[in-house]
Design a protein around this ligand. Sequence first.
Ligand code: DOR
Ligand code: ZN
Length: 346
Amino acid sequence: MESLTIIQPDDWHLHLRDGEALKAVLPHTVRQFARAIAMPNLQPPVRNLADATAYRDRILAALPHSATFEPLMTLYLTDNTSPDDIVAASESGFVKAVKYYPAGATTNSDSGVTDISKCDVVFKAMESVDLPLLLHGEVTDRHVDIFDRERAFIENYLIDLRSKFPKLRIVLEHVTTSDSVEFVLSSDNTAATITPQHLLLNRTSIFQGGLRPHFYCLPILKRETHREALLEAATSGNPKFFLGTDSAPHARNRKESFCGCAGCYSALHAMELYAEAFESVNALDKLEAFASFHGPDFYKLPRNTGTITLTKQSWTIPRELPFPDSPLVPLRAGEDIEWKVTEGRV
Ligand code: DOR
Ligand code: ZN
């Protein structure tokens, strides 16, 4: 296949940051995606409708001239989130989900939930107004091996949560293991997003020829058998799996440092990376549904009507991109990639 035209995709998991960083990264997403679920892990986080309204206004103000792009807002669940916060957010029409981070799990998660069992009234409210719950599904107990934290979250919390709130729509974000794939497949009202790095790389990649800080994200890359399970799920055509890049920009000096930040930057070339992953198993015909249909269907939103075209054309991923203070290094910087978005919103 030399070119592929598909309905405009959306990114169902994206970190846009704020201020100058937001201005630096937003044009990349807008080139490829019509909408994106904007993660709320700012500092301070997006905790309620007022915060979400203000953040949405800042995103819209940062849009390149004449760009049409719809930010889909999320609230950050804290120990203090109330059912009233949920109802108000849901009535706004533009808050589309609530994000759960276990306290301390990842970047800017200090305000996250310290005890998920205290959130039952909030989950009940979300279930009744039908507002989806997005999970960073990892335990934070430092005695649990980092490669086992996703599976432990399923066993220790998710099975129980799923059965307590059967109608609550849940997205298990950035799944990294076959355990998560199996859980999603066997649970009603449950879906998952999958990132390009978890489809293309495994945990050995982090140490390929030396330590690769730009392959460090959370949940961390897992072993090859898990990558294969994710690729099979993504290319299966099952509507429970859809695109969410988890593109998470951090300046180079914050990644290549004594204690580097977690996050891979993929907004620049997300669709090209997914195309490469799908092509590797001869499943390019399944890319459109994964990128453009399953997400809006799960979120009960209309599918997009425009199109984008990917063309088989080799180009080199830049070594770095402009970013405040220190440059931004995209995923697989300096390497060639065989697909290019050539038409659409480019
Ligand atoms: O790698 C990650 N980066 N995982 C997350 O959960 C958060 C994200 C970020 O915000 O940088
Ligand atoms: Zn994320």
